[in-house]
Design a protein around this ligand. Structure first.
Ligand code: PEP
Ligand code: MG
Length: 548
């Protein structure tokens, strides 16, 4: 038995086989080929297939997102025809007598490095594109579509997992995540919580690829991993798992009960989701609504922009399934750690402070309007509210409202039904938004505090950096004071306020939030009933509010 240790991001016990997830790039190996000429032909065939793929992608993008946004695909096509790029690949294959994947991978890396050191901004941005086209050709050579196919429920082990990779895994087949790297505040960690599965990260090099296929136990409570467990450990963990399941059954008894404290204070408990497939868990755990639908995960699951129709179908399904309960859908919050290749976002030195979320939407208005049209159309089928991420100014909110007016006018002119009075809210996740929350409250219907980013931006700590986990303190007095200030400003203006960051599920703060007057807490579906239990056991008359 080997025992490994990491940082827990979600409790629970998983028992099963390990499947090691290896990214395409990591799989590229260099080997000698007998017939380099034939290998060059194999490369040429793969390049032609990749060009056909791009052609199809271009047609789709042209129809769905317009010429300006589709133009990047033309750039990719041109790069695939670039003589210097092609010469480099052919030279490596023919002169070194090696495989095409290796030649493409090396050339992609070299060209990307060369572009990233150029002065010209336009050329700098091509660094990501040349990697993208090289990966596409390698995927064709490997005869893979870049996805990880699972045929039985397994424990996923990986070096690290990007949100776009995590979201593409078949949830029914994932017992647990364990990774060498990763930060507890990353979106991959959040996804593990949403999926309600044990997850342990930051295990380091001890997590070896040779464990692939081995039987293991993951204790998400302690962050321990037992590879080929001894009989007594297996027995102990089976008991722990059973106790956990019994606790869950007990919590199920709280379904249908109110979220009310002993002294009569009520609060709404909603759930956070990343996809319509999470709605089953929302209903099972009896959440009062959906407090945060991270719509960007719809974009991360795909290889190209989701169309208005695709989005409409998903939002409509969410609205109908929740049968009149509130469904707060956050508009696209892509960028930083949430990357989808087809957006062709530039490589940035400080991505968390960069081109992301509402900044992309207010720049690439076609993308934004497609989503807003889908949301407004779906609003005719239930209780949809919309909220906007990463707000820092009144001007942004005013511009959003103007775009919404355009969308509503277009829909009315074509006779399409929508809810003209749907609630519009903003996420409070920058210190700037907190400081002007009195002014913002006059412009919107509600606030939802994103404590994950608010902590990152207030404490100047990159939430992605695992080294900083111990400094990332959402209990910091600065954060608690900001929450109180924002709540007061919302209420002074007759608006309601929720918290949808991970802090909402922190039971050590539930009473503080109740005392502050927070109206709604939105947490992973699996945490809803535990939070209800905590609220029902609280007696605020016996607690002094203390945020200093
Ligand atoms: C947050 O920042 O707290 C939040 C809820 O949004 P995300 O974690 O998706 O950035
Ligand atoms: Mg955020």
């Amino acid at each position: 038995m080997y025992v490994l240790k990491g940082k827990s991001v979600f409790g629970g016990i998983a028992i099963g086989k390990i499947a090691f997830y290896i990214k395409s790039k990591e799989k590229i190996k260099r080997y000698k080929v007998d017939e380099p000429e034939e290998e060059a032909v194999r490369f040429e065939n793969a390049r032609q297939t990749a060009l056909v793929q791009l052609e199809e992608l271009y047609k789709k993008a042209l129809a769905e997102v317009g010429e300006a946004n589709a133009a990047i695909i033309l750039v990719h096509q041109m790069m695939m025809e670039d003589l210097d790029y092609l010469d480099s690949i052919r030279n490596i294959i023919l002169n070194q007598g090696v495989n095409a994947e290796y030649a493409v991978g090396v050339t992609g890396d070299n060209f990307s490095q060369m572009f990233s050191t150029m002065e010209d901004e336009y050329m700098k941005e091509r660094a990501a594109d040349v990697l993208d086209i090289s990966n596409r050709i390698v995927r064709v050579l490997n005869k893979e579509d870049g996805r990880f196919i699972l045929t039985e429920p397994v424990i996923i082990a990986a070096d690290d997992l990007a949100p776009s990779e995590t979201i593409q895994l078949d949830k029914n087949m994932v017992l647990s995540f364990i990774t060498r790297q990763g930060s507890t505040n990353s979106h991959t960690a959040i996804l593990a919580r949403t999926m309600n599965i044990p997850a342990v990260i930051g295990i380091g090099e001890e997590l070896k690829e040779e464990y692939d296929g081995k039987y293991a136990i993951i204790d998400g409570f302690t962050g321990s991993i037992y590879i080929e467990p001894e009989e007594n450990v297996l027995k102990e963990m089976e008991v722990k798992k059973k106790q956990e399941e019994e606790k869950k059954v007990l919590l199920q008894k709280l379904r249908g009960q109110e979220n009310v404290t002993i002294d009569g204070k009520k609060i709404n408990i909603y759930a956070n989701i990343g996809n319509s497939t999470d709605i089953g868990a929302v209903l099972k755990n009896d959440a009062g609504g959906i407090g945060l639908f991270r719509s960007e995960f719809l974009y991360l699951e795909k290889d190209t922009f989701p169309t208005e129709e695709e989005q409409f179908a998903i939002y409509k399904y969410a609205a109908e399934s929740m049968a009149g309960k509130k469904v707060i859908i956050r508009t696209l919050d892509i960028g930083a750690d949430k990357q989808a290749g087809y957006f062709d976002l530039p490589l940035e030195e400080n991505p968390a402070l960069g081109y992301r979320a509402i900044r992309i939407c207010l720049t690439e208005k076609d993308i934004f309007k497609t989503q807003l049209r889908a949301l407004y159309r779906a609003s005719a089928f239930g209780n949809i509210a919309i909220m906007f991420p990463m707000i820092t100014s009144l001007e942004e909110v005013k511009e959003i409202k103007e775009i919404i007016m355009e969308v509503k006018t277009e829909l009315s002119e074509t006779g399409i039904d929508f809810n003209n009075n749907l609630e519009l809210g903003i996420m409070i996740e920058t210190p700037a938004a907190v400081m002007i929350s009195d002014m913002l409250a006059k412009e919107v219907d509600f606030f939802s505090i994103g404590t994950n980013d608010l902590t990152q931006y207030t404490l100047a700590i990159d939430r992605q950096n695992p080294k900083l986990d111990k400094f990332y303190n959402p209990h910091h007095t600065a954060i608690l004071r900001m929450i109180q200030l924002t709540a007061d400003n919302a209420h002074k203006n007759g608006k309601w306020i929720g918290i949808c960051g991970e802090l909402a599920g922190d039971l050590s703060l539930t009473e503080t939030f109740l005392k502050m007057g927070i109206d709604e807490l939105s947490v992973s579906p699996g945490l809803v009933l535990g939070l209800r239990n905590k609220v029902r056991e609280s007696d605020l008359s016996k607690i002094k509010k203390n945020i200093n």
